[in-house]
Write a protein that binds this ligand. Structure first.
Ligand code: ATP
Ligand code: MG
Length: 308
């Protein structure tokens, strides 16, 4: 990896298995970027919006809204992106509405599957390179990408089009999109995983797709929700013995023993991930929270601050 810090890229792509913490990490990176004086846009894709609510703000919908000073969020859906693209090409919304009446748009989006991906990715990458008053509109765009398979499907559209489409406007679009995605000074893709068997397997497969299929520069492996190893091996053995004691000591010892077991399994998964993926690893601890909210994201951001 070149010596560029993660936050000094213009586009950070965050992906990984479902539920591993992609939106949390995206929100935390957005906060850190904004705190470093950057104008940041966090994009979600066709999602039940998560990032703005995590930061204590209402959902932004399809137009970027500032949810924290310097930090904007947006939810990019195929329909809105299609409409924007169509309006850009056809100039006027009224013409677009007349020509691309919704039923027809829905039909096209269904009939040509990669069209949905193309307009969504096109909209996001357009934001990355957009300029206003002679300077970039955003210093940093964070893409809270879909989970593994869908992310690959989304991100491989430009390369796939370059393989199949003859010279023309569509190919030109695919070309600048591809150039932007594979430029190591612009883009870095980071994988989030939990320190558990299945998510780590998925992270390993995803990383080979990133290298072999997508060719997108790799950022970091974020191992999220890492349980703390509180007990030594001897202490764990001792806890195993105490399990047989009457309550409350016995059940408490059992709970502690289970925690220790989980920590040990997590450490093993971490070792396996590190051995399989030669990526800088960022560890985020398992945080005990009753509610997963802004305060939790702030804690995650504080952990990330030293490594990004
Ligand atoms: N470091 C952590 N410690 C404890 N719990 C965590 C941590 N990170 C995430 N979580 C829990 O995992 C849940 C899912 O996180 P998040 O929404 O960020 O995942 P995601 O990968 O974006 O999910 P999806 O695939 O559904 O978009 C959070 O609501 C929170 O309860
Ligand atoms: Mg999410």
């Amino acid at each position: 990896m070149p010596g560029l810090a993660l936050l000094d890229h213009r586009l950070l792509i965050i992906t990984g298995k479902g539920g591993v913490g992609k939106s949390t990490i995206s929100a935390a990176l957005g906060l850190l970027g904004a705190r470093r004086g950057k104008r940041v846009l966090v994009c979600e894709v066709n999602a039940k919006e998560r990032v703005a609510p995590l930061l204590g703000a209402p959902a932004s919908g399809s137009s970027a809204r500032e949810v924290v000073p310097g930090l904007f969020t947006v939810d990019v859906t195929p329909r809105d992106a299609m409409r924007e693209y169509g309006t850009m090409v056809l100039r006027f919304r009224s013409i677009y509405d007349a020509v691309f009446e919704n039923r027809l748009v829905r039909f096209f989006l269904r009939a040509i599957p990669s069209l949905a991906e193309l307009v969504v990715l096109g909209k996001i990458l357009h934001e990355v390179r957009a300029e206003e008053h002679g300077r970039p509109r955003w210093d940093l765009v964070v893409l809270d990408a879909p989970a593994t398979g869908h992310a690959v499907q989304l991100l491989r559209v430009p390369a796939a089009l370059l393989d199949t489409v003859p010279p023309g406007p569509l190919r030109r679009d695919a070309q600048w999109m591809h150039d932007l995605l594979v430029d190591p000074l612009t883009t870095a893709l980071s994988i989030v995983t939990l320190p558990e068997e299945m998510p780590v397997n998925e992270a390993i497969d995803l990383d080979s797709a990133v290298r072999d299929v997508l060719g997108i520069p790799r950022g970091a492996l974020v191992v999220n929700a890492m349980p703390e190893a509180i007990f030594s091996e001897e202490e764990r053995a001792r806890l195993g013995e105490l399990e047989r004691e009457p309550p409350p000591l016995g059940p408490a010892a059992r709970a502690a023993w289970l925690q220790a077991l989980r920590a040990e399994q997590a450490a093993r998964s971490l070792t396996r991930a590190r051995a399989a993926l030669d990526l800088p690893t960022i560890l985020v601890p398992l945080l005990a929270r009753e509610r997963w909210d802004r305060a939790a994201v702030e804690d995650v951001a504080a952990v990330l601050a030293g490594s990004v």
